[in-house]
Design a protein around this ligand. Sequence first.
Ligand code: HEM
Length: 356
Amino acid sequence: MIYYSDYLELDKVLSAQHPESDKAGQPAHDEMLFIITHQTFELWFKQVLFEMRSVIALFHRDYVPEADVFLALSRLRRTNRIMEHLAEQFTLIETMTPGDFMEFRAFLNPASGFQSVQWRVLERTLGLREERRVLRAYTDALAEQHRAELDAATAGTTLFDAIERWLGAMPFMESGDFTFWQAYRSAVAAMFEHDRDEVRTLAAAEGHDPSEALAQIDANEAGFDAIFSEPQYTDLQSRGLRRMSRNASLAALFISAYRHEPLLQAPYQVLDAIIELDRLVSLWRYRHTMMVSRMIGMRVGTGGSSGHDYLMQTTVRQRIFDDLTSLSSFLVPSAVVPALPADIARRLQFVNEARG
Ligand code: HEM
């Protein structure tokens, strides 16, 4: 018969809090909160990793059935709620004052969240590029056994790779004479031409020089070449300004442009959830950074980093899915989006799938 505390192994979980200040004979009341907060964070990191690995497995296939897109979406959404909860959870540790923290901080040296293996596994599993890291030598802080665990746990596909592969395999983007990006490019060019006509007409009517406004339109239009022109895209990739393959980026743009089509609604929600996940990881970093600056001011961390400065830089620099977040630069009003050829429009309806 299963028994509650055996099932949850509470004997292990609840006997794993041993304040260093107690051991030193100088008990500091708030160290219990400090330990339990870290432990609950680590437990939630474990759940997030569990969800992420399943999402990666669902997407990292030649063909992802519609039902699995929904399943992955539900797990991404759960992950996002956990990450949101974790960012919130810093309010608990903030009930400890900097003075209370001082009572036991010295006993923790040189341990630090910098040595959290699960956090490193999570960063890598999501697809953080090593060259983007503020401190490239972060693994030096880990015990050898943990370095090996980190490498073993992150030898597989990342969420970034899985999503890129899934997007790259997106059907519907070509049919007969229709090629999505060329049709989109013509529609965008027509939109800017229309804007130019309006500027010229207004300038003529009001008798002022249109050149500044026209130059602005030219610059806006040139911005679209980042995705329309293959050489420009490759150049941006080589400078680290875009990471995702052009095909995958165009598929993400296609999904965003036709997001109301029934079969694209779930893929669009997936993109939205990934963008939210990236934002929530940054939010976690930011909340942690703010809490740290209150607790230790400008002191260096017990892990040996510059502390607040280092953490702030990771918040700004270590984003993973910029390619998706920045897609909004290439969106246009729906009235400008080119109509889909009838055969593609038909294939994007649920009813056809049921009949098909
Ligand atoms: C009083 C509370 C805390 C303080 C003063 C603090 C301070 C710091 C500092 C200064 C760093 C930078 C590395 C270093 O030099 O040590 C760091 C990193 C880190 N801390 Fe905390 N921390 C606190 C609470 C937490 C909590 C509750 C967690 C939850 C697990 C956490 C997780 C991490 C992680 C994962 C890193 C690595 C971040 C990175 O390198 O991107 N910290 N912490």
